[in-house]
Design a protein around this ligand. Structure first.
Ligand SMILES: [Zn+2]
Ligand SMILES: [Zn+2]
Ligand SMILES: [Zn+2]
Length: 140
């Protein structure tokens, strides 16, 4: 896992200073293990740091997404964000509890035979229900 120091210097390269408020939001996102809407992230971060504002949350998410340390997911018209480590990976997203499991070990050369051009990179995310949530689904 990347340290806050490494992330700090990455953000500095984008001329983004990691203030105490922003750091509180970042830490909340990093340790949540789930994807969060900006509103949810705001509520959670406020528990750690009183002075966090919604604007702070949006700005941070925007910059993190730009440098590849956050990934947005669009689910039923709502945008969620998850913290992402640098290395190439895929996601298993639980639609019930919103927990995210990173999946490593894919072929970087993955390229469908019928791609209508050259492929620079790919994204592949799986959406479903994690084992925890499956057990909770009542069988009738
Ligand atoms: Zn990720
Ligand atoms: Zn789940
Ligand atoms: Zn891949």
């Amino acid at each position: 896992m990347m340290t806050i120091q490494t992330i700090k210097s990455l953000l500095n390269e984008s001329n983004f200073r990691l203030t105490k408020e922003r750091e509180a939001v970042l830490e909340t996102l990093m340790h949540s293990g789930r994807m969060l809407t900006p509103g949810e992230l705001y509520q959670l971060a406020k528990e750690n740091h009183q002075r966090v504002g919604l604007t702070t949350v949006y700005r941070l998410l925007e910059v993190l997404t730009k440098i590849g340390l956050a990934t947005p997911f669009l689910i039923e018209g709502e945008i969620f964000y998850a913290y992402c480590p640098e290395d190439h990976h895929h996601h298993f997203v639980c639609l019930s509890c919103h927990r995210i499991k990173d999946i490593y070990g894919c072929s970087q050369a993955f390229e469908p035979e019928n791609a209508p051009g050259t492929v620079e990179y790919h994204r592949l995310d799986l959406f479903g229900h994690c084992q925890n949530c499956q057990e909770e689904i009542p069988t009738c």
